[in-house]
Design a binder for this molecule. Structure first.
Ligand code: 16G
Length: 165
């Protein structure tokens, strides 16, 4: 429910009106040919992904019902310009609660300054609340901490650890 949004937008864009010539919607298979991976590669190594592998992964995500891979399309160019994903993780703790995770928040270089990152993070955060998540988390670089604080995310005492393969 966008009326619960507390983050300021100027001009006042929303998920249903993300801006002139832009459309916010779930990822669809055809986005492979609309530069989806070009956008992802601005975040990290996207790697080589064949259409078959893309569809296999897409179908898996769809079947579970736990992946809200969201994109913003420039409808004039037919290109994806931004993306963010909300993932629902199921737990036994907290009375079999759901935890939300925000992943792969990327806005393409050419589309900076259109509040799209802000729009996507606000939308994913509100959606997680609507879906009854007891918390929502994300990992980010120190330089992005101030950005996420605008949406009431705060650093926790816990340390993010990883073991890379
Ligand atoms: C950032 C992303 C995370 C992504 C990771 C990729 C956000 C909020 N965080 O931490 O979702 O998976 O970068 O980095 O978008 P990696 O290639 O080192 O795993």
């Amino acid at each position: 429910d966008w009326s619960e949004n507390t983050v300021q937008f100027s001009p006042p864009i929303s998920p249903s009106q993300p801006g002139e010539g832009l459309l916010l919607r779930p990822l669809c298979p055809a986005d492979l040919n609309r530069g989806f991976f070009k956008v992802l590669s601005q975040l990290t190594k996207a790697g080589d992904v064949t259409p078959e592998l893309f569809i296999k992964t897409f179908d898996h995500m769809k079947r579970t019902g736990d992946y809200y891979v969201t994109v913003v399309e420039d409808t004039n160019l037919g290109q994806i310009v931004a993306t963010a994903t909300l993932i629902l993780e199921h737990k036994f703790i907290h009375s079999c609660a759901t935890r939300g995770r925000i992943e792969e928040v990327v806005v393409s270089d050419e589309c900076r300054g259109k509040q799209l990152g802000k729009l996507l993070v606000s939308a994913m955060t509100l959606l997680s609340k609507k879906l009854d998540c007891y918390k929502i988390t994300l990992e980010c670089l120190p330089k992005n901490v101030a950005f996420y604080e605008k949406f009431s995310y705060s650093s926790s005492a816990e340390t993010y650890m990883q073991h890379r393969f």
